[in-house]
Design a protein around this ligand. Structure first.
Ligand code: PMP
Length: 526
């Protein structure tokens, strides 16, 4: 960020810190303000714009020195306030040594972190002797976001998730109905009467909780039935269920990939895949999003360096809603003798015949080695699973730590997933309605002129740009009564923050019309 064009800071200015530069012979003057990006110095000296100097900021109050490389961006600026008056210059930090970054944040944080000037990524990996230091900085950032009405995370819902939900309006403190565009309950099965009934009956029979790991005393007939039905639905020999989709990815990859092996995954992959790779002890590489040539290039580069190879892709990419180029990826997997795993968390129940998923959509049943799925999206409850050959699934049951060291899904959840699966198979009108709504929304967005990212599914995203615009756009949209996902850095690159919307079978045309109009106005306004 350019120091000269910086937004006017609302926080108390950091005055009185002594600023030195050995490069230009010592003392420069006292600070009029300091941020993560630079310092304004009240100084008799006039250094030329563009001069690069080594700086030392000396805070005797905090007993710390901060060193940085700076560039003079402006000189001859007039400063005047209650205690100081005179001329000075604006120096931008072009490099701050890691060890000093935390001290600088500490200094700023003692004042207040102005959330307009930071993003969540600034609070990762701040080196400090105190592990909790970063939590205090991040807390201050989040509180400032809250105070400005930017923070929409953990919105408190007061009703079940449908096309519209009740929330507490932060301004009026009254219950307000808003349109929900952040739900992955694509078919509306969370509230389906058959799902509720099955869950109630199972709760009566089994109670809540399964009390033990699946390999020990935690597997009921419902778990067996769920695994069998999922395997049949997806055309695989066997399925293993995990307490969450996150654990399914982690548990599968970490058990199969060993230290001499390579996992290679798409740059837009879900965090659980990366964590699985880290846990595996094997190596991993990332190929550019859906870039077949890049995948092929990396595989040929590492062909001899590693033994087993696993390619991991998503069926439906959860960020923008685009589909994996599966036929091409399969071709490459065959060419290099790599196994292929598809995370189809957002494809199952949405894509393919009767919602059988993205692999089925491409007519590639029997050709993919592993499909991972979630029970928390179209299946409307909680849990994850992996489908593969009977040998692979047996191996996972005995060698996947997130499976055998965690308690099994509660039986009522297994009953709920079973009922949801039954509905997907017998009520195709829900998937039809989902696609009708999806196409309607896409058409309306296109007509309105809102530029959205390439989507082939009910997931839509709009790139908003830098973080402050995202904060303002999303605040406006929420205030107008529409919930959208706010996706900041580091989930996406710094200048490509997004808002994300998900269409469900439950939405009415009038809901979608309103959403398009509000998004259009927000982007127009900011
Ligand atoms: N994979 C993808 C692509 C996802 O979007 C998610 C959920 N955000 C997961 C895995 C994890 O699934 P779960 O929420 O069931 O843990």
């Amino acid at each position: 960020m350019n120091l000269v064009n910086r937004r006017k800071s609302e926080r108390k200015k950091l005055e009185g810190i002594e600023v030195y530069s050995r490069t230009v012979g010592g003392y420069l003057g006292k600070s009029m303000d300091i941020s993560l990006f630079g310092v304004f110095v009240l100084s008799e000296r006039e250094l030329p714009v563009g001069a690069k100097i080594l700086l030392e900021l000396n805070s005797s109050k905090n007993n710390s020195i901060i060193k940085a490389l700076g560039e003079v961006k402006r000189n001859n600026i007039s400063f005047a306030n209650d205690s100081h008056q005179g001329k000075g210059m604006g120096i931008e930090f072009i490099h701050i040594y890691e060890v000093y970054k935390s001290r600088l944040l500490e200094l700023i944080n003692k004042n207040w972190v102005n959330s307009d000037e930071y993003n969540l990524g600034d609070f990762f990996n701040i080196p400090s002797d105190d592990l909790f230091f970063k939590t205090e900085s991040a807390f201050s950032y989040l509180k400032d976001m809250e105070a400005k009405g930017y923070n929409r995370y953990r919105t408190m819902l007061l009703s079940s998730v449908k096309n519209r939900v009740n929330v507490l309006d932060q301004k009026t403190n009254k219950v307000k109905e808003i349109i929900m565009m952040g739900s992955s309950d694509y078919l509306g099965l969370i509230n389906h009467p058959k799902v509720k009934d099955a869950t109630k009956i199972a709760t009566e029979k089994y109670g809540m909780g399964s009390s033990s790991a699946p390999l020990l005393a935690g597997t009921s007939d419902l778990h067996y039935e769920l695994e069998e039905k999922l395997a049949k639905f997806l055309n695989f020999e066997e399925v293993i269920i995990f307490p969450t989709g996150y654990m399914a990815n982690m548990g599968c990859i970490s058990a199969l990939v060993d230290k001499d092996d390579l996992t290679i995954f798409d740059s837009a992959i879900h965090a659980s895949v990366l964590d699985g790779c880290k846990l595996s002890g094997g190596s991993f590489r990332i190929f550019k999003h859906s870039d077949i040539r890049n995948l092929s290039m990396l595989l040929s580069k590492y062909q001899d360096k590693f033994k087993g190879k696993l390619i991991v892709v998503e069926g439906v990419y959860s960020m923008d809603g685009d589909l994996v180029p599966l036929p091409d990826i399969l071709g490459i997997a065959k060419e290099f003798g790599a196994r292929i795993m598809v995370d189809d968390a957002h494809g199952i129940g949405v894509m393919g015949k009767n919602g059988q998923g993205t692999v089925n959509h491409f007519g590639l049943d029997d050709q993919v080695d592993i499909v991972m799925g979630s029970l928390s999206k179209s299946l409307g409850c909680l849990g994850g699973f992996v489908a593969s050959s009977k040998e692979v699934i047996h191996y996972l049951r005995y060698f996947s730590k997130p499976y055998f060291y965690a308690v099994n899904l509660p039986p009522p959840i297994a009953a709920s997933a079973l009922a949801a699966l039954g509905i997907i198979e017998t009520e195709p009108k829900l998937i039809k309605q989902l696609w009708k709504n999806t196409n309607y929304f896409k058409e309306k967005l296109t007509i309105s002129g809102v530029e959205f990212n390439h989507s082939e599914t009910p997931i839509f995203s709009v790139t908003v740009g830098e973080e402050l615009r995202l904060k303002k756009v999303s605040k406006y949209i929420h205030e107008q009564g529409v919930y959208v996902d706010t996706i900041p850095y580091p989930a996406v690159p710094n200048d490509k923050t997004r808002i994300r919307m998900r269409v469900t079978a439950m939405h009415k045309k009038s809901d979608l019309d309103e959403v398009v109009s509000v998004i259009h106005d927000a982007l127009d306004k900011y």
